[in-house]
Design a protein. Structure first.
Length: 453
């Protein structure tokens, strides 16, 4: 039986209040606020250590439970097609916004006076250059090395291979299957404990941002920030809203359903802390774990639409600020490079800024040193990048699930209409015998996790 918790006990309210408190502390006590950065960093690191095993367990179990193994390749193909279509639209959205509003026109910046050291620092942390090196980077050096690095794509590869193996192993693979299922349940409980630290992390992250940069320091570049936010709003509410409406569900109800996760991302500027909870809530929406559990982690690496908008907008802004005119051919070449660079920076810290530097290194028309113009305000745009990408991946996961017939429309509409509310604690069934451990059903796992969260 569902019950609505007191407002002050909900994660949404706690994180929102923490964000407001962080802004206040950062504004009135900037030095103290800037020193609170470790709070946000520590939370993100705690959550990141859980991402690899949770993704592995979720995808491996989802594939192992599929009756049609050919469906995995078909699902991945449809998801990648949707991801690239959305990325192209996102790139064009950023391009249209920067040319319509022209935030860089009139700055008259001399490229020779820009500091090249800013870009050099981010080049060291970039993703592998080129398509083949990127594919090779997906293959981990060792089985456990993928978990040690904490990157999603190598773990995704291992999970797919393990899922296929479990589906073919029959009775011999049953102990491994049950072990992974039990381990997955424990991981989600641990994750529930860690999520209780989200308000503290949001407070520290926002206090640092406001304390270090302040509002006055970004006033001269406020038009660029405003242009970026306008582009993100257009992409979310027009593009994604239309996509959702064409598939019979409401974007606004999706935003309400995932409001807790959106607020956490707003506070931490990272989508990684909410990945496990997104997987659980998508399953509650009626999306089968075998599909949504595959599509969502893929989206975290291949569907960074917020970053795509940022790439075109920031690149053309630098060109405008330096009075550099880009021809149609140069713009098309830039879009082709960004279509790859927006994917290649997956799993890299500060992926949006890293992808921008990676793009400009192969675009001789635009000075790489131009990133020095926006490095100070990049933090103020990272929240919109993360929020846009998260909403896009949530919508894409539901859409692909509907395409595959892996989403119960009745459950989807019922959950979206009611919104996500906490469930009453559910008892965990005891083992039947010492030799036969209890296997929790999906409903039991979901109820137990929601009680912890």
């Amino acid at each position: 039986m569902k019950k609505t918790p007191a407002i002050h006990r909900s994660l949404y309210f706690q994180v929102l209040m923490a964000v407001v408190a962080g802004i206040v502390v950062g504004h009135f006590w900037p030095e103290f606020g800037a020193g609170l950065k470790p709070l946000g960093d520590a939370f993100v690191k705690l959550i990141k250590m859980m991402i690899a095993p949770i993704v592995f367990c979720t995808i491996a179990l989802g594939i192992a439970n599929m009756s049609d193994m050919k469906g995995v390749a078909k699902t991945m193909g449809k998801a990648m097609g949707l991801f690239y279509a959305l990325t192209i639209i996102a790139l064009m959205t950023g391009l249209a916004a920067v040319y319509l509003i022209q935030p860089g026109v009139g700055m008259n910046v001399d490229p020779a006076l820009l500091d090249p050291g800013v870009a050099a620092k981010y080049m060291k942390n970039g993703a592998p250059a080129g398509f083949v090196p990127f594919l090779m980077h997906i293959i981990p050096t060792t089985f456990f090395g993928a978990f040690a690095e904490g990157e999603v794509l190598p773990v995704l590869l291992l999970a797919i291979l393990m899922g296929f193996a479990l589906s073919r192993a029959g009775q011999l693979g049953k102990p491994v299957h049950e072990g992974i299922e039990a381990f997955s349940h424990v991981l989600f409980i641990v994750f529930g404990f860690l999520m209780k630290l989200a308000p503290l992390a949001a407070f520290g992250a926002m206090a640092f941002t406001v304390g270090k940069y302040g509002v006055k320091s970004i006033s001269s570049l406020g038009t660029l920030i405003g242009t970026f936010y306008v582009a993100c709003f257009f992409f979310v509410f027009i593009v994604l809203g239309t996509l959702a409406r064409l598939h019979g569900f409401s974007l606004f109800k999706v935003l309400r359903y995932f409001k807790d996760e959106l607020i956490v991302v707003l506070g931490t500027s990272s989508t990684e802390p909410v990945l496990p909870r997104m997987l659980q809530k998508l399953e509650q929406l009626g999306c089968k774990k075998s599909v949504s559990g595959l599509v969502l982690p893929m989206g975290y690496s291949f569907n960074l639409d917020g970053t795509a908008i940022y790439l075109t907008l920031a690149s053309v802004f630098i060109a405008q600020a330096c009075n550099i005119h880009l021809s149609l051919g140069q713009i098309l070449a830039m879009l082709a490079v960004m279509l790859l660079s927006s994917k290649g920076a997956a799993g890299v810290t500060g992926s949006g800024f890293v992808a921008l530097v990676a793009t400009l290194t192969v675009m001789p028309e635009i000075p790489v040193a131009g990133v020095a113009l926006i490095v100070g305000i990049d933090r103020f745009m990272s929240e919109a990048r993360a929020l846009t990408s998260l909403v896009s991946n949530a919508v894409a996961s539901v859409v692909v699930s509907l395409w595959e017939g892996a989403c119960d429309r009745t459950v989807l509409q019922r959950e979206l209409n009611s919104g996500y509310v906490e469930a009453a604690p559910a008892a965990i069934p005891a083992a039947k015998s010492a030799a036969e451990p209890a296997s929790l059903s999906t409903e039991q796992q979901t109820a137990s996790l929601r009680a912890v969260l």
